[in-house]
Ligand binder design. Structure first.
Ligand SMILES: Cc1ncc(COP(=O)(O)O)c(C=O)c1O
Length: 420
């Protein structure tokens, strides 16, 4: 088994993955291309067999299991997509897998793991983050003497993920001779970026590799800044596919070599992109799957006249997450605001607020108030959706004008995280 990674392993993986994974479409996106005056293509790994590229790495690692190893079975830890790749591979290779996922893994992903692996998998929900599930899975693998199938820090996993890059080059450059200027790739632990980036640096060295992390989980960004792997203290797990506290030592080394730029995208922007992909294109992208497109605004001017490929890395989105996605998107766009308003407890105070503070298109989406009999004032929690972000300042002005006592609930306050 390979101890180190080299780009040749990607070509080898490609041969072994034929007939197992889909060659996913590379689609020209007219709307984005027009918007950025560039040629933008989407690599649709949301249409992969397990709705993410993760099958590539998992199968490529598991195909080399010896018969003794297959008999003992494997263990993995995953935020949900690697688990599906491992579950699929367990069934295909007839070996058993114990699959650890954090307790907050979206139900859709858990159900998919169960249905892909059937009797070949046992699911263990453990801890609040991927890293907690990971630590437990490693210890169980050691105790049970099973192979641990790492989600990113393994040469064969990296090589399998790298086949996304080999496919892109074949689909675009080999067929039409088109030079690819940029590939924009999401980063969690760094497996995809390591494999794909190394392959491009080998076969198409002029292509710039742009990595993208969620702003609330910048583990690779922090590692690159520190010059070594670091563990994040704070982690926003919203972009569940790409929210890891610690990247791998191998993926760190490779990403450091291949990355031309690393972009951090706010979670709200990811939500805005997910909604637009759904509404405009009928594409169901999960948060990590939308990261690469969400990053384009930050490098917009650079892209003019260039050929750009964005990796839509996964489409396993639980329908129950959409209300939160919509909410986060509205807040990000400056269209949704929350206030604590101190109403005087005399008749007519609310009526005055409605008539004189609210503008004609300001919409109350939340109102919580309990009358307290022995007080002059009573606080109300109010959520307001605006038609335009520019309507916010005039709203505050009108509230000031009628002498309302209020507090804007800021995005970084603990009450805010309670609201969305
Ligand atoms: C859909 C999706 N995109 C991106 C990533 C990040 O991948 P990596 O850990 O290879 O950097 C993951 C990881 O699970 C994922 O599931």
């Amino acid at each position: 088994m390979a101890k180190t990674f080299e780009p040749m392993l990607v070509e080898e993986a490609r041969e072994h993955l034929r007939g197992v994974v889909n060659e996913t479409p590379l689609q020209f996106h007219a709307g984005l291309s027009q918007h950025f005056s560039a040629k933008i293509y989407l690599k649709r790994e949301d249409l992969q067999v397990v709705r993410s590229y993760k099958l590539r790495g998992a199968y490529n690692r598991m195909r080399v299991l010896s018969s003794a190893e297959k008999k003992r079975g494997v263990v993995c830890a995953s935020a949900g997509n690697h688990a599906q790749g491992v579950a699929f591979s367990c069934k295909a290779l007839k070996t058993h897998g114990i699959i650890f996922m954090p307790r907050n893994t979206p139900r859709q992903k858990i159900d998919r793991v169960r249905s892909l692996g059937g009797p070949y998998v046992t699911i263990e929900l453990y801890g609040d983050t991927f890293d907690e599930a990971f630590a437990e899975a490693k210890s169980v693998a050691q105790k049970k003497k099973r192979v641990f199938v790492h989600p990113f820090n393994d040469p064969l996993v990296i090589a399998g993920q790298g086949t996304v890059g080999a496919e892109i080059l074949e689909q675009l450059s080999t067929k039409s001779g088109e030079k690819i200027d940029y590939v924009v790739v999401p980063i969690g632990g760094g497996g995809l970026c390591s494999g794909l980036g190394s392959y491009f640096k080998w076969k198409s060295p002029s292509t710039k590799i742009i990595g993208v992390e969620p702003a609330g989980a910048p583990a690779m960004d922090q590692a690159l800044k520190a010059g070594k792997v670091v563990t994040l203290e704070k982690l926003d797990t919203f972009v569940d596919g790409a929210a890891v506290r610690t990247v791998g030592d191998l993926t760190f080394k490779l990403c450091k070599k291949v990355l031309d730029k690393l972009i951090l995208v706010p979670e709200g922007k990811v939500c805005e992109t997910m909604i637009s992909l759904y509404q405009r294109d009928g594409i169901v992208a999960e948060p990590a799957g939308a990261l690469s497109i969400a990053a384009l605004d930050q490098i917009g001017p650079e892209l003019k006249g260039k050929t750009v490929v964005c990796i839509v890395s996964g489409g396993n989105n639980d329908i129950s997450r959409y209300p939160e996605v919509i909410e986060r998107s509205l807040v990000y766009q400056g269209l949704k605001h929350y206030f604590m308003v101190n109403f005087s407890q005399r008749p007519g105070a609310l009526k005055r607020y409605l008539n004189e503070a609210l503008g004609p298109t300001d919409d109350i989406t939340l109102f919580e108030y309990t009358k307290k009999n022995n007080r002059e004032n009573g606080p109300a929690l109010i959520g307001i959706e605006l038609a335009r972000r520019e309507d916010f300042k005039p709203l505050l002005k009108r509230m000031d004008k009628i002498g309302m006592s209020y507090e804007v609930i800021e995005k970084d306050s603990p009450i805010f995280s309670f609201l969305i």
